[in-house]
Design a protein around this ligand. Structure first.
Ligand code: IPD
Ligand code: CA
Ligand code: CA
Length: 258
């Protein structure tokens, strides 16, 4: 049986997912606005977020909402974090690699999280102590320990988010692994680490709504999460490194020695 929070998050995500899927079928009619270079918001992001908030407010009238598109909606209950479409650029381009993210935080700890891709009907979830799942399948990180056989995900920074060391990091990781992937949705990058599809993932300058569910999903799948240079990851961190436990220190070493 699903934990009750996950049940409620699933209800909200599946309802909002219908809006996302319908609009994905008509992307030529999308209204797109640019927030900054490479950072877009569509009318679908806004509709999906409104739908999620409406459903969740019924169950959690006092919650404190932290959302990408509507900002913070102050409350005195637990915190619920929402990214209505993670992977908006993929969505705009008709690439079905997108996720609806909803996470719950109690006293600075992520307790529950879901990532739902309504186009592929993939429902990832984790609850503290209850494991990580995709649909009915339990997730486990990979067991690869030689970097030469590992695939590593990343987020290539764009616009003002470009930082000097990035291409050094990319070269260091590319040199010693089986390859690097830029899939375009940080939440799903983490879900893929949890699924053992990719072995690690790093990206800098992310928001809590990009990663909150994914962090818990990776941990519950037996993986490790830190900042890229090994510091402890907290809900205030903007930079992340996630991987199976066997290669984590090796990746830290490669991202540190620049
Ligand atoms: C973005 C995606 C992307 C990552 C960006 C995020 P959005 O979120 O997660 O993979 O590289 O940093 O901002 O804008 O599609 O919700
Ligand atoms: Ca996002
Ligand atoms: Ca988004």
């Amino acid at each position: 049986m699903l934990p009750s929070t996950i049940n409620i998050f699933e209800k909200a995500a599946r309802k909002a997912g219908k809006i996302l899927t319908r609009d994905f079928g008509e992307i030529e009619n999308l209204q797109i606005q640019s927030k900054s270079v490479g950072d877009f918001v569509t009318s679908t992001d806004l509709k999906v977020e409104r739908s999620i908030i409406e459903t969740l407010k019924y169950y959690y009238p006092n919650a404190n909402f932290v959302t990408e598109e509507s900002g913070n909606i102050k409350g005195d209950g637990d915190t619920i974090v929402i990214d209505p479409i993670d992977g908006t650029s993929n969505f705009i381009h008709g690439i079905p690699h997108v996720g609806i993210v909803i996470g719950k935080i109690i006293q600075n700890e992520i307790t529950d999280g879901i990532i739902f891709n309504p186009i592929l009907n993939e429902f990832y979830w984790a609850s503290h102590g209850k494991g990580a799942w995709c649909n009915n399948k339990r997730l486990r990180v990979s067991k690869r320990q030689e970097l030469s056989s590992c695939l590593v995900g990343t987020g290539i920074p764009f616009g003002t988010r470009i930082y000097n060391n990035y291409y050094d990091e990319l070269r260091n990781i590319s040199k010693i692994t089986a390859g690097v992937r830029r899939l375009g949705a940080a939440s799903l990058d983490l879900a893929y680490v949890a699924s053992g599809k990719i072995d690690g993932f790093w990206e800098k300058d992310l928001n809590l709504w990009d990663v909150c569910s994914g962090v818990l999903i990776v941990r519950e799948a037996g993986g490790r999460v830190s900042e890229p240079m090994g510091e402890i990851w907290t809900i205030n961190s903007r930079d992340i490194l996630a991987s199976n436990t066997l290669i984590h220190n090796k990746l830290i070493e490669k991202l540190t020695l620049l």
